[in-house]
Every structure is written in C-alpha cells, then in structure tokens.
Write a protein that binds this ligand. Structure first.
Ligand code: SF4
Length: 86
C-alpha cells in the first residue's frame, strides 16, 4: 500500500505539461509498472529508488531501472492510447 504523504506529493509532468500527483506516476506505466520516467522525475523530491525497492518486487524493480527511455513521440502515442482506454 502506498503512503498518503508520498502519493499526494505533486510535480510538473514533463510529458503532460501539468501538475500531477505521484500516485498517477505509479499507475500510468503499462498497468503493472510505474511510468518509465518515475526515477528521473522524483529523485530530487524524495528517495524514489528506496520507495520503489520497498513497493515493487526485486524483479520488477530491476526491470524498471534497466528500461531504456522511450523517445518523445513513442511516449506521447502511448499516453494517447492510455487516455483512449480510460
Ligand atoms: S513519472 Fe511519468 S507521469 Fe510522472 S511526472 Fe514523470 S513523466 Fe509524468
């Protein structure tokens, strides 16, 4: 379970261009993973790596850390597809 004091933290999303809560970042990946940029976006705000290590399985954590960043167009298309599904 995610702690409210962390899930309610907010930052400006470089993909969406608006302020969003951390809880969104933890759900907006492919449904199982957090967003692939979650470490880049949150490391200055709190210990995101420590948080992910606690909340993901060791296997999922390694997969997230080792993911290659997607190019901007792929990211935008993915976000559009996710928005259509909701
Ligand atoms: S982790 Fe993803 S959804 Fe969250 S602010 Fe960064 S780019 Fe946006």
């Amino acid at each position: 379970m995610m702690e409210p004091e962390i899930t309610q933290k907010e930052t400006r999303c470089p993909r969406l261009g608006s302020i969003i809560p951390f809880s969104y970042c933890m759900k907006c990946g492919d449904g199982r993973f957090p967003c692939g940029k979650v470490i880049d976006c949150w490391w200055e705000i709190f210990d995101i790596k420590g948080y992910l290590e606690q909340h993901l399985s060791a296997e999922d954590f390694q997969e997230l850390v080792n993911r290659k960043p997607k190019d901007k167009v792929s990211s935008i298309l993915e976000l559009i597809e996710q928005a259509k599904k909701k």
